[in-house]
Design a protein around this ligand. Structure first.
Ligand SMILES: [Zn+2]
Ligand SMILES: [Zn+2]
Length: 324
């Protein structure tokens, strides 16, 4: 059955009906091919190092994740000034155009705040070589337009964000990063999932500061929201609010762990040998300047730590082996 929200979406996509909607503002017309519901719109453009943006056109105008389409974001801002800039979490692909909104109040979750004030906190945990560190810093500064910025407000789980007629609830959903936030719009029956992005590759917990168990807890919690629409930061961006989609996305974690256990069935393996299996990404992948085998390594390590803790796997002289 087609949900109410998707009827709104299909109207927005119907150029023939566009003329009959009298109160369409210029920015809304500009994002008509994307998505609008009430005062909330999504601007698509979420291919790394970009992400989709949410815009809220209310008494207090806001952007969540200003890293999609520069012209559309500027068009929204030029019509009437953006008052609030929110970034869902401290990753370099969610802040590309933050510097265009330096007059706006900047809100981020407390646990990720340090990532916005000091670029080194984004890089150092990966323990890069001096050369890698310089290359990453260069990429994040020049390609992602990173500018250090002090938050004006720190967000916490359950905070009510009041934009006028539109309210959003902060849903702290850690795991991807410690301060990763989703946003629930109860009146519009909409949940913004940020980087719990429902893409086929599955959840990302490949930073040193990511947490596998927290990712699982967050996804289980997100699946409990009764909404019509999910919006995400990458991939398709707009989904029916069907919890089965989150459960399927969550299940990818179990599938990864099963593939890891299958590999260990062949005998004791080093972490290097496990990483070479490309259990998460399927093949060696480069993203921007990053070699994702680093993330593959972190994700596999987190699975292995968990399996060692549960006494399913034993670590002996750098080799992991099955205990049962
Ligand atoms: Zn992210
Ligand atoms: Zn992202």
């Amino acid at each position: 059955m087609q949900h109410r929200a998707f009827m709104v979406y299909s109207i927005a996509n119907n150029a023939g009906k566009l003329r009959s909607l009298s109160k369409i503002t210029r920015w809304k017309a500009a994002i008509m091919n994307d998505f609008c519901k009430g005062a909330i719109g999504i601007i698509l453009g979420g291919r790394y190092p970009h992400c989709h943006s949410l815009v809220i056109d209310d008494q207090r105008r806001a952007i969540i994740d200003a890293a999609s389409d520069r012209e559309k974001l500027l068009s929204f801002h030029q019509e009437r000034q953006v008052d609030i800039l929110i970034t869902s979490h401290a990753h370099e692909d969610h802040l590309m155009y933050n510097h265009l909104f330096d007059h706006a109040a900047f809100w981020v979750h407390e646990a990720d705040a340090h990532g916005f004030t000091d670029i080194k906190t984004l890089i150092e945990p990966f323990e890069p070589t001096e050369e890698e560190s310089a290359a990453w810093e260069d990429f994040i500064t020049k390609e992602c337009n990173y500018v250090p910025r002090e938050p004006d407000r720190l967000l916490y789980d359950g905070d009510v964000l009041d934009f006028g007629d539109t309210q959003a609830l902060v849903v702290h959903a850690p795991g991807h990063t410690p301060g990763h936030c989703c946003f629930h719009f109860p009146q519009e029956r909409l949940l913004f999932l940020a980087d719990m992005d429902l893409t086929r590759i599955g959840p990302y917990y490949g930073d040193p500061g990511s947490d596998l168990d927290l990712t699982i807890c967050s996804l289980k919690r997100l699946a409990e929201f009764d909404v019509d629409v999910y919006l995400t930061s990458h991939g398709k961006g707009i989904y029916e609010g069907n919890p089965e989609l989150i459960r399927r996305y969550l299940d990818i974690i179990r599938q990864r762990e099963n593939r890891l256990l299958d590999f260990l069935c062949q005998g004791p393996k080093t972490l290097d040998e496990i990483v070479q299996q490309c259990i998460v990404y399927g093949k060696p992948v480069e993203l921007g300047i990053y070699d994702l085998s680093i993330s593959e390594r972190h994700m596999m390590s987190k699975h292995l730590d968990r399996l060692v803790q549960r006494e399913v796997v034993l670590l002996d002289e750098n080799r992991y082996s099955l205990l049962r």
